[in-house]
Write a protein that binds this ligand. Structure first.
Ligand code: EAX
Length: 323
């Protein structure tokens, strides 16, 4: 009896340790809260990877920039100290310059257009550019269309942006464009933005409704204008060495998991876009819903001519006209 019990305990211990040994843990991070379109993305990814690999891979999820801002996380993935990151394209051109073209203002008509481009040959070709830089890009997802917020005044026309001190992403295309609006640009990592707005270091910032809601920027910003001045893609990046080490079957599981998670991410952005304005108004924000887009486009004529030179007019047109 005693021996049987001892044996059972030993057997259970052996089983537990062999299970533990068979499980590989990998980290993934986002800069926004868990209750957000990015949180939904990485939570779904973790579930899908666990399900598809029968728990052989465990994805540990980190929120709120707790492993660092987006640039730092991508750096960690490149170095291999972190397996995966889910990030906006904000800091991505610093690693893969070819992605800059996606951050050109007023490039996409709507989310359906952007999603079709990213999931189609143009987006898929861009994913391949990550490989030479030490990444496997598992796919595109999104933040959504970015809008302006600030604590000073309602923005109805581009003139209203002149002289506003605004936090921007560490993205050269955004910085050039916002300077074109007359904005005083202050590039900053996302985890610092709330405090900067609160302390008045900057007057404003720009982000999609999904991010504004998740980050509670309504607590520190009075005015919101639905400028939709640029679409903000997100990307799934994984350390290339780690991806290459997966079996061919597991590589498929990871890619499929990212695809499922992207669906959940986009559905949440749609939800946030549908109820975001009412939500933020209820929280006390003054929202300008209808801005004259044509005026904002016109204000960027010089900057856009420069982007056409930089990225090739034909390449920009190819994206604009993609059906
Ligand atoms: O990815 O830095 C930004 O404004 C991003 O949109 C945010 O981190 C969410």
């Amino acid at each position: 009896m005693k021996f049987t019990k001892l044996f059972a305990v030993m057997a259970a211990g052996l089983l537990a340790s062999s299970l533990a040994a068979a499980q590989t843990v990998m980290k993934i991070s986002i800069s926004t809260a868990q209750n957000s379109h990015q949180g939904v993305a990485i939570d779904t990814f973790a579930q899908e990877v666990a399900k598809r690999t029968n728990g052989r891979y465990k994805i540990e999820t980190f929120y709120n920039g707790s492993l660092g801002g987006e640039r730092e996380s991508i750096e960690s993935v490149q170095l291999g100290t972190q397996a995966l990151a889910f990030s906006s394209t904000g800091p991505v051109p610093n690693f893969v310059p070819e992605t800059k073209i996606l951050d050109v203002p007023f490039l996409f008509r709507d989310k359906a257009h952007a999603r079709a481009v990213l999931d189609g040959p143009i987006g898929q070709d861009l994913l391949k550019k990550f490989e030479a830089k030490g990444f496997k890009a598992l796919g595109w997802a999104e933040n959504g269309f970015r809008h302006m917020t600030n604590s000073k005044r309602a923005v109805n026309a581009p003139e209203d942006l002149k002289g506003l001190k605004m936090r921007t992403m560490e993205n050269p295309v955004h910085i050039a464009a916002y300077k074109g609006f007359g904005i005083v640009t202050t590039p900053m990592a996302f985890p610092e933005v709330f405090t900067a707005l609160q302390q008045g270091t900057v007057d404003g910032q720009e982000n999609p409704l999904s991010v504004i809601i998740a980050a509670k920027f309504d607590q520190v910003q009075k005015h919101l204008s639905l400028t939709g001045h640029v679409y903000s893609p997100c990307i799934w990046v994984m350390n290339k060495g780690m991806f290459d080490k997966l079996s061919a079957e597991d590589q498929k599981h990871f890619l499929e998991a990212a695809k499922e998670a992207t669906k959940a991410n986009r559905a949440r952005v749609d939800q946030d876009d549908a109820k975001g304005v009412a939500d933020l108004r209820a929280k006390g924000m003054n929202v300008v819903e209808n801005v004259d887009k044509a005026k904002f486009v016109k204000a960027l004529a010089t900057v856009n001519a420069d982007f056409e030179k930089q990225f090739g007019k034909a390449n920009i047109e190819k994206i604009r006209n993609y059906k």
